[in-house]
Design a protein around this ligand. Structure first.
Ligand SMILES: [Mg+2]
Length: 353
């Protein structure tokens, strides 16, 4: 993490204008290999060619990340940013229970970014493509008058009967999440604290020590591509599925709205890592709020028939956090003390004190 607070430009580095955009594109895409049989033609022509798979449907999703809104390059390493934007795209494909196959990445870059900085970003893009077995098949690079903007498009496919949307949740079903929540948000708080310290004394290098897990959850998130096999082993597909990019509070609200149902969540069932508890206490933040409002965990939120509840007891990948109710019952959070709260009242953005 020694390069964490490194500047994006600097002496000895190459301005993009010196080599031009076509040469830059050549540099950042030349290492692209094709892993998917459906990729017939990738980067290099006016458009990519993708083979239509028999008996499968395609899913296509796009996401935008804007400097100063979604990330801060003073502490977010460019390689990790490239990795994360690919994960964000793949996570949306996984959230349809489809298999990610190809991505396209478009960038708008301001003059402060050098050739080396963009190459660093693409190291992360290619690393994520290799990790998830997807092909980079296109994109665009153009200049920007302010900062860096990344637009990721991800393509996936699956047989129609395996796809799961947000709208299938029904009363009495179990609300479940994969993994643990709130760690990415605590990782962000940690980075922002280090940025303040660095501004006061650039000689001090960040030391994340015991909190490395939280940092990793923020700068190197994982898309839950493995959950499709977990559902297969359970013997049933979710009735509704969404990825946790905006926080449990907003994402369960989106799922319930799409399904026309309400929910009852139990605070003591929300999986939160002990490190999140520890650091949240230190920062005077309510750990539950990190899970509800933090976002960027890229875990999955889904509903399952009540008949599988026994199989979920002590499950290593899945936590039951509540159940689906009727729409008129609203969105309810039952607190540790047993009190009922309207969910949205517990969903403000926590502040570091
Ligand atoms: Mg999503």
């Amino acid at each position: 993490m020694s390069n964490l607070l490194k500047k994006v430009g600097g002496e000895g580095l190459t301005p993009i204008g010196q080599i031009g955009v076509p040469a830059l594109i050549e540099r950042i895409t030349s290492q692209g290999v094709h892993r998917q049989a459906s990729t017939r033609l990738g980067v290099g022509d006016d458009a990519a060619r993708i083979l239509s798979l028999t008996n499968e449907e395609c899913v296509v999703t796009t996401d935008l990340m804007v400097e100063g809104v979604h990330f801060d390059t003073t502490y977010f390493p460019l390689m990790h940013l490239g990795y994360k934007v690919v994960v964000a795209g793949i996570s949306d494909v996984v959230a349809m229970n489809a298999v990610p196959r190809q991505i396209l990445l478009a960038l708008a870059i301001s003059a402060k970014y050098t050739v080396e900085a963009i190459e660093e970003l693409y190291k992360g893009v290619h690393a994520a493509c290799a990790e998830y077995g997807v092909d980079l098949v296109g994109g665009d690079v153009t200049s920007s008058t302010g900062g860096l903007t990344l637009s990721i498009t991800a393509i996936g496919s699956a047989p129609a009967e395996r796809m799961v949307g947000r709208s299938g949740a029904r009363k009495g079903e179990l609300i479940c999440v994969s993994g643990d929540l709130g760690a990415a948000f605590m990782g962000l708080n940690l980075l922002e604290r280090e940025k303040r310290i660095y501004r006061e004394d650039p000689g001090i290098q960040p030391d994340f020590g015991a909190y490395e897990y939280l940092l990793q959850r923020q700068i190197r998130p994982a898309a839950r591509i493995d959950m499709a096999a977990v559902f297969d082993r359970l013997g049933c597909l979710p009735t509704a599925l969404i990825d946790l990019s905006s926080g449990l509070g907003r994402d369960i609200a989106a799922l319930c709205r799409a399904s026309g149902v309400g929910c009852r969540l139990y605070e003591d069932r929300i999986p939160i890592d002990p490190l999140v508890h520890e650091l949240a206490t230190h920062f005077h933040i309510d750990p539950t709020l990190c899970a509800l409002s933090g976002g960027e965990d890229y875990e999955l939120l889904f509903t399952l028939p009540a008949s599988v509840s026994e199989k979920l007891e002590g499950h290593p990948d899945i936590s039951m956090v509540g159940y689906i109710t009727e729409a008129e019952d609203g969105l309810v959070l039952v607190s540790h003390s047993g009190q009922e709260h309207e969910l949205h009242r517990r969903m403000y953005t926590p502040e570091v004190q």
